[in-house]
Ligand binder design. Sequence first.
Ligand SMILES: [Fe+2]
Length: 333
Amino acid sequence: MSIPRAAYPPPFNTTRASHAVLTVKDLGASRAFYVDAMGFVVSEEDGEAIYLRGLEEACHHSLVLKRCDGPPVCERIGLRVYTEDDLERAKSHFERAGLPARFVDVPHHGRTLHVADAVGTPLELCATMTTMPRMVVQFQAFKGPCPHRIDHFQVVTPEVQRACDFYAEMGFRLSEYIAVDGTDDLVFVFLQRKGNPHDIVFAGGAGPRLHHVAFTVPDAQHIIHACDVAGSFGFGTHLEHGPARHGPGHALFAYFRDPDGHRVELFNTHYQMMDIENEPVRWNLSYMRNRPWGLPPRAKWFREASPFAGIAPTEPARPGAPFTLEKFLLEAQ
Ligand SMILES: [Fe+2]
């Protein structure tokens, strides 16, 4: 096990986490959650899909909800690259790694590359999207927790080290990581391209599966307000974990489950991480038992995640034994 260095210069220029494509059973229920309660901006909607964006986003969408009849899944997570030339370089990079890549047409995207990463996460890379008005000073449109922009994804995989190595080769920098005490056995890795702690996080477990998509809100008060507004709209029981403060990344956060079980994180802010001399911050796994304050996540936060379409998760060789809220309460008796 080892902590990899980011490739510099990168083989192609990934700029940020871009969007997620989720399927849902009832667009009306999804609209009530994401638009009425969570305050997302609707870029476009019809009987088959809703395209959503945050208040500061000038792109067409950061979240796509597609109506489905089968079990809800995540179709793909999206990454932005800087130019169309980067897409060509990305295609060559993935193909050199033995990973098939193909260009596809996706509504409201420029040229788009479909590929899976080394641990099977289905990705969608594009350089451009249809632009939309940035609503960041349209204060009359601010509702609920006022989500401003997508920030990162968390993916569950039984191969955290392999994912970390693969993304480092793509130029992603490791900002923080959680390892088993006394070893470099990686349990969580926080990887970034845009200059804050994460664009994509990999966590140990059966996968690949999508654990959550995270969006920024303006400040801590908006996280509390999210809970109040969700409760007023009948989504109070959809709050799964938090409000609380993370160790890695330090943000204040709350996790909600949408009507189909997809997990959304709202958090307040992150620090910058750009300077070349910044080394990854290490956390021992035991920190989860020794938090400065707050309760650990309930077991289902560790166990449950959205499947990726058509991909059967692989179980890890050694199942984890996370410190859960249930264990905390048993020990506290
Ligand atoms: Fe997160």
